[in-house]
Design a protein around this ligand. Structure first.
Ligand code: A3P
Length: 296
């Protein structure tokens, strides 16, 4: 894979102090000036919050539960990843979005202050998925190990500090979840928690359905639920990222559909790390009414 490896770019740059892939920074003006349409639906998340899961749920809701239609293409082609820039000939998120039929479902990991303003101007509906910081950290660590498009995370103790300092691609978890939490009071943002989706997936699917102004029968909702379980998605080549070449995502290092549980942080955090984490967490989260659960 040596030649292929050379085209995989994992260099990082920065936009307004937020670490982003260098290729994204290079076309930042274009990304920021993206023209949203009023019927666009945006899924926004900090990385590893359950983006892909929500994408599958959303696609099924929009397609009226038609499972076959949702197998038309892999996740990343069905829902353009706005700020993603891959090596040629893979089209950028912007290109995919421009070529797509309306209405579109789009994905972003941008912190709220970097979102292209046209989404607010068009009053687009946004679904934000948040996941507790400890499990996000663990999931992101394993993702950076397997995804050569992102920096090598180093060992766990190194990564623990890097993540807590917000020195990871897309920036600080704290800034992200708090920024979007505020935005929900001014815009059409449905704020959903990964832990709630795990606790009662059907309830959360219905929440999304109502937010989109859709009506689906009990039977269809049941189908959506079954098609979006961790097991079903892990086996679905259109949802499990297995179609990305292994020199980019190496599932033998850590599969994209890794564990899909709440509380895996307990298998990674030492007692000392947990103490450091808790201190920083409460320092950063003081005064907010945004709360997370770290166990099921
Ligand atoms: P883990 O690494 O903890 O297993 P994203 O799509 O934002 O990159 O998030 C990926 C995380 O969501 C991974 O977490 C993945 O396993 C989990 N995930 C994906 N689909 C899921 C599903 N249907 N149910 C539960 N978790 C899911």
């Amino acid at each position: 894979f040596s030649e292929e490896l050379e085209i995989v770019d994992n260099k990082m740059g920065e936009v307004q102090g937020v670490p982003l892939p260098e290729a994204t920074c290079e076309i930042w003006e274009q990304i920021y000036n993206f023209q949203a349409r009023e019927d666009d639906i945006l899924i926004s998340t900090y990385p590893k919050a359950g983006t892909t899961w929500m994408q599958e749920i959303l696609d099924l809701i929009v397609q009226g539960g038609d499972v076959e239609k949702c197998r038309r293409a892999p996740t990343y082609d069905r829902h353009p990843f706005l700020e993603a820039v891959a090596p040629k000939p893979v089209p950028s998120g912007l290109q995919l979005a421009e070529d797509m039929e309306l209405p579109r479902i789009l994905k972003t990991h941008l912190p709220v202050q970097l979102l292209p303003p046209s989404f607010w101007e068009q009053d687009c509906k946004v679904i934000y998925v948040a996941r507790n910081a400890k499990d996000s950290m663990v999931s992101y660590y394993h993702f950076q190990r397997m995804n050569r498009g992102l920096p090598d995370p180093g060992d766990w103790s190194t990564y623990f500090s890097t993540f807590l300092a917000g020195d990871v691609t897309w920036g600080s978890w704290f800034d992200h979840v708090l920024g979007w939490w505020e935005a929900k009071d001014q815009h059409q943002v449905l704020y959903i928690f990964y832990e709630d989706m795990m606790e009662n997936t059907r309830r959360e699917i219905e929440k999304v359905m109502r937010f989109l102004g859709k009506e689906l029968s009990e039977e269809v909702l049941e189908d959506i639920y079954h098609h979006t379980t961790f097991q079903a998605m892990r086996e679905n080549p259109m949802a499990n990222y297995s179609s990305i070449p292994s020199f980019v995502m190496d599932h033998s290092v850590s599969p994209f559909m890794r564990k899909g549980v709440v509380g895996d942080w307990r298998n990674h955090f030492t007692v000392a790390q947990d103490e450091i984490f808790e201190k920083e967490y409460w320092r950063r989260m003081e005064g907010t009414n945004l709360t997370f659960r770290t166990q099921q």
